[in-house]
Design a protein around this ligand. Structure first.
Ligand code: PRP
Length: 209
């Protein structure tokens, strides 16, 4: 028996949707959805091994070869620019990276704009292209709080339904880039396990297209 294909899945809501796609594509793993704290699951019939990873860590596992393939949001790929192949847009986890702030905020080009975000690289590049001076305030979560408490002028964050912004009196000023979940592969794994990885990719492609 050849080595299984190791798949890093993003733990949480997106991961459950993605596991649904793998199931439809013929690579099920019901055990992974059971109420358990286990992190590694095998499907010996399909010679695939799944593991749950924090969504922002999937690309690290794949880039370093601890996983052969994985599913990561385009937001994470743009932020960390990992050395991985992007094989397929899975069309799920659809949202956008956007600039948002308090409705009443008026920008003034003479002042440095204070930007709170988890996506420091994306935000820096976005404002560099606009030629705008900014001060990045890197946060790890609940980004919407920053402008409400005067920590920043605006935020660069994920907007999915827009509910979080709305409930906190914030609005989108600009969309930076659309985001969705991508199937990614480690470049050498893609070479050495090309047949099974291509089989998985094609099966997923069939159901998402
Ligand atoms: C993300 C994002 C927004 C929210 C957007 O947060 O950072 O806060 O989802 O979703 P919505 O437009 O549907 O309201 P997440 O749940 O990942 O938590 P975090 O803020 O702690 O990062």
């Amino acid at each position: 028996m050849t080595e299984p294909v190791r798949v890093a899945l993003p733990k949480g809501r997106l991961g459950e949707k993605v596991l649904g796609l793998f199931t439809e594509a013929g690579f099920p793993c019901p055990e992974a959805l059971a109420d358990t704290r286990k992190l590694i699951f095998e499907n010996p019939d399909k010679n695939v091994c799944f593991f749950w990873v924090k969504p922002s860590d999937v690309a690290i596992y794949v880039e370093r070869g601890a996983a052969d393939i994985g599913v990561a949001g385009k937001d994470i790929l743009l932020e960390y620019e990992p050395d991985v192949f992007e094989l397929l847009d899975l069309g799920t986890g659809v949202c956008r990276l956007a600039v948002a702030g308090p409705k009443e905020f008026r920008d003034s080009p003479e002042r440095t704009l204070r930007v709170a975000t988890k996506f420091s690289h994306v935000a820096t590049e976005y404002y560099r292209r606009l030629g705008r001076d900014i001060d990045i305030i890197h946060l790890n979560g609940s980004i919407e709080l920053a402008p409400l408490l005067g920590l920043s002028d605006v935020i660069v964050d994920i907007v999915e339904t827009g509910k979080t912004l709305k409930e906190n009196g914030l609005e989108v000023f600009e969309t930076i880039v659309p985001v969705s979940a991508r199937l990614i592969a480690n470049p050498s794994a893609y070479q050495f396990k090309q047949t099974p990885i291509t089989e998985i990719t094609n099966a997923l492609k069939e159901i998402v297209s």
